[in-house]
Design a protein around this ligand. Structure first.
Ligand SMILES: Cc1ncc(C[n+]2csc(CCOP(=O)(O)OP(=O)(O)O)c2C)c(N)n1
Ligand SMILES: [Mg+2]
Length: 573
């Protein structure tokens, strides 16, 4: 006799009574469901199939990809887009090692995701079972929490523990390995701890030290030339409204980086982009929000030594790291900015008005830089100037287009020109600089937000790393506009070789074939085109939009030009 309650099957208990049982894989699915996770990204393996079976019962979609790196990047992307943690499930051994890059990227990008890896049965521990590796040891340095699930009863408990750990300080990834016998075994339902939705973890948002907020308000009241950099945590904390209120009420020019791009729309009087270096040199008060003093900030050395520097971050370890600061605040970007604006109100009217000239000064620098570059953006040259390509993309984006950049030099061009029109509509790998995130981010963004358009600009090198997952986009009907800036090279690296070793020795290890990626898209069931004429970029983008399919517009750009950002990289100096 067999009784089935959803995922739960019955077997005779003590005294012949029926007791309900549940397997480890089904407990995983229940814990994911409790967290609000509605999709897992995976590549199958015998060690993990019980999780799939649990997902069927819980109504969790299973998106199976062609490489585990993509599964992990997609979980990272899902977290960024939805604000919920992402989840990737991979098999033991090579499945887990393939996913390492995705976890590492999420670690540096402060993205909350859970990677679940299979593992050989506990009963065969260290006996040399198929695909056995020390996964937890490997994952520990690149996660906030890495553990083995020791028993079936504790599967859901430890999954919820891993999610809790994702939100300690600045968010990040967790890893769990679940041995095959732990996953497959069934235990009496009443013996398993199944945390209930909303009852096993608390908000970790912190409002910042009130005394520090007061000091910030005071600094704002006295500053003549303040500026603020809104980093990725502004999006992580969903602090867009607080940031906008802050810059408007206090009349502070704002620069944005990483996922913070789009916090203010282009054209907003407080939106600045091209005058950042000038502002960091001339400002008397610089407020850095949710972005570290890492290589992107010249480790803090590019800020005026005489400016008062304030740093606000979710992670106490980031505040004051690499550069001294005048005021540090550990806390949630939204809560801190709202509290500072509130504390400053009534004290800053004069100061805000006084800053009119400072904003005009920056706008003039901004306009000059824009005008200088404009001819390149409008260039009719063939082969196509990369500036023209990114200009066309920028013009083509709508308020509902999520823009993703995945590549070297070509994406560096786009960083200067492309301005997302809405918050949370810019995705880049983050400080790990991982090539190959694009397809996975497009997959996650489109799956999570069917109402959005997704456009990904790839370098041809970056595309080649994970391009086969274009097929997954077709299989799951996830239309997106893929654009390849094709220079048949790994140009960003080639530039460094040319500078260091001379042009005649520059073509080593960086040359790619002349691949017609438009044909590749068609082969896999998508829409594809080749573009060699700059005037054809916009119509091709329109056709991709209208096709309603995953698409690749392969744009042949000039391999002999490099982005200023590439040429300025300190590694080449
Ligand atoms: C996974 C990974 N491998 C290697 C690198 C080093 N890298 C940085 S830029 C670059 C060249 C990328 O070429 P492509 O995507 O074609 O862009 P291009 O520079 O040609 O515009 C490489 C190999 C990296 N960042 N990530
Ligand atoms: Mg290239």
């Amino acid at each position: 006799m067999r009784k089935t309650v959803g995922s739960i099957t019955g077997k005779p208990g003590k005294g012949g009574m029926m007791s309900e049982t549940i397997s480890g894989g089904h407990l995983v699915a229940k814990a994911l469901k409790a967290e609000g996770v509605d999709v897992i990204y995976t590549l199958c393996g015998g060690h993990i199939i019980d999780i799939y079976d649990g997902c069927v019962d819980e109504g969790i979609e299973v998106i199976d990809v062609r490489h585990e790196q993509v599964a992990a990047h997609a979980a990272d992307g899902y977290a960024r887009v939805t604000g919920k943690p992402g989840c990737a499930v991979v098999t033991a051994g090579p499945g887990t090692t393939d996913a390492v890059t995705g976890v590492a990227n999420a670690f540096r990008a402060e993205s909350p995701m859970l990677l679940i890896g299979g593992q050989g049965a506990l009963s065969q521990h260290k006996m040399g079972s198929l695909q056995d590796l020390p996964h937890v040891d490997m994952m520990t340095p690149i996660t906030k929490f890495a553990a083995t699930v020791p028993s079936t009863e504790r599967v859901a408990d430890i999954v919820s523990m891993a999610f809790r750990e994702c939100y300690h300080g600045a968010p990040g990834p967790s890893f769990l390995e679940i041995p095959r016998d732990v996953l497959d075994a069934k235990v009496p339902l009443e013996k398993a701890r199944i945390p209930e939705p909303g009852r096993y973890r608390a908000s970790t948002r912190q409002a910042g030290d009130p005394e520090a907020i007061e000091r910030l308000a005071d600094l704002l009241a006295h500053a003549d030339k303040p500026c603020i950099l809104l980093g990725s945590q502004v999006w992580t904390c969903r602090a867009t409204d607080a940031a906008i209120d802050f810059v408007r009420a206090l009349n502070v020019p704002a620069y944005m980086n990483g996922s913070g791009r789009g916090t203010l729309p282009p054209g907003d009087p407080h939106h600045f982009q091209l005058s950042r270096r000038y502002a960091f040199t001339e400002a008397d008060l610089i407020i850095i929000v949710g972005t570290p003093f890492d290589f992107r900030m010249g480790y803090g050395k590019r800020l005026s030594p005489t400016a008062t520097v304030v740093q606000i971050d979710l992670d106490y370890r980031t505040v004051g790291k690499n550069r001294d600061i005048d005021l540090g605040i550990v806390g949630d970007a939204g809560l801190v900015l709202a509290a500072a604006a509130q504390a400053a109100s009534g004290r800053v009217e004069n100061a805000a008005a006084r800053r009119k000239e400072w904003l005009e000064e920056l706008r003039a620098v901004e306009t000059k830089a824009y005008d200088k570059r404009l001819p390149r953006q409008l260039s009719d040259a063939s082969p196509i100037d990369p500036y023209r390509l990114v200009h066309e993309i920028n013009e083509f984006l709508t308020e509902d287009t999520i823009y993703i950049g995945d590549g070297g030099d070509i994406v560096t061009f786009s960083g200067q020109v492309v301005q997302p029109k809405s918050p949370g509509h810019w995705m880049d790998p983050g400080p790990l600089g991982t090539l190959g995130v694009g397809m996975a981010f497009a997959m996650a963004a489109k799956q999570a937000r069917r109402d959005k358009e997704v456009l990904c600009l790839f370098g041809d090198g970056a595309f080649s790393l994970t391009g086969w997952d274009f097929e997954t986009m077709v299989r799951f009907d996830l239309p997106f506009i893929g654009v390849i800036g094709n220079n048949s090279s790994m140009n960003q690296i080639r530039y460094g070789q040319a500078v260091k070793y001379g042009e005649d020795r520059a073509r080593v290890g960086n040359t790619l074939g002349d691949i017609r990626y438009g044909e590749f898209a068609k082969l896999l069931g998508g829409h594809g085109e080749e573009v060699r004429d700059p005037a054809e970029i916009r119509p091709a983008l329109e056709r991709a939009r209208e096709s309603g399919k995953p698409s690749l517009i392969n744009v042949w750009v000039d391999p002999e030009v490099y982005a200023p950002g590439t040429m300025n990289q300190t590694m080449y100096k």
